[in-house]
Design a protein around this ligand. Structure first.
Ligand SMILES: NC(=O)c1ccc[n+]([C@@H]2O[C@H](COP(=O)([O-])OP(=O)(O)OC[C@H]3O[C@@H](n4cnc5c(N)ncnc54)[C@H](OP(=O)(O)O)[C@@H]3O)[C@@H](O)[C@H]2O)c1
Length: 217
């Protein structure tokens, strides 16, 4: 399976690329292909230092990352979702994963959803109707993705309207470290999942914690 990461050079994208590359063919996308290739070289070097024997990681434009992939992860800030998706095509037969959280830092962190109710529902409106969209990975901090010497022991709520796509996304989640996927229901539930991240950031801030995550028990 080929997984393309749009914005794969970013905080969460680089960590995802390193965790996924030993398991899948990963295409790291960027607006700047050279930046993506450089990011991949650094990630491959880090993986080798950590003892990874083989990994599949290649840098490309965001469009190539979409066109080549079976599954596309949109690892871009919420404010850049509309502009980025307007410039990309070939999403028709893809599964698209949104880890995007629309939020702002005011006095504290606040969930600021678009009119559709969530980033995932906005993405659904922007992409072709054949595209199967799931939200996942919303609540795992970038630092944890990048800490390759640590297991990821978090629960990952997955939302989506297409059962087969949701099963495939949950299978991807369950292959990464010790992550555990939970079916959180249809994409309409994604607003509740996206709103967890500002909550986690407020808990981290007011309790002097770092990289707070969730586990369902
Ligand atoms: N950071 C976290 O801990 C975390 C945790 C959970 C979920 N998330 C979600 O994951 C998403 C990515 O977060 P992040 O922290 O990784 O973001 P980020 O590092 O700020 O940005 C990710 C990538 O987006 C691209 N980008 C930046 N400005 C852009 C623009 N104007 N137009 C198009 N692309 C642009 C850049 O790639 P190029 O310059 O290479 O194009 C950048 O490397 C967000 O929606 C966030 O809510 C983040």
């Amino acid at each position: 399976m080929k997984i393309g990461i749009v914005g794969g050079t970013g905080d969460i994208g680089e960590g995802m690329a390193m965790r996924l590359a030993p398991l899948y063919d990963v295409i790291v996308g960027s607006r700047d292909e050279v930046k993506a290739q450089h990011s991949c070289e650094c990630n491959i070097s880090t993986l080798k230092d950590c003892g990874a024997s083989c990994c599949s990681l290649a840098g490309a434009t965001n469009q190539e990352a979409v066109s080549c992939a079976d599954v596309v992860i949109l690892a871009i800030p919420f404010k850049n979702v509309v502009g980025t998706l307007e410039g990309l095509d070939c999403f028709e037969d893809k599964i698209v994963i949104s880890p995007v959280n629309p939020m702002e830092k005011r006095d504290h962190f606040v969930f600021v959803p678009p009119a559709e109710g969530s980033a995932a529902l906005l993405i659904k409106r922007l992409l072709p109707k054949e595209t199967r969209i799931c939200s996942a990975f919303n609540t795992i901090a970038a630092n944890k993705w990048k800490a390759l010497d640590e297991e990821l022991t978090y629960s990952v709520p997955v939302c989506g309207d297409d059962d087969e796509a949701k099963r495939e996304v949950m299978a991807i989640v369950n292959k990464i470290s010790k992550l555990q996927a939970f079916d959180a229901g249809p994409l309409a539930v994604s607003s509740m999942v996206e709103a967890l991240t500002p909550l986690l950031l407020n808990i981290a801030r007011y309790n002097k914690m770092r990289d707070v995550g969730i586990q369902f028990r």
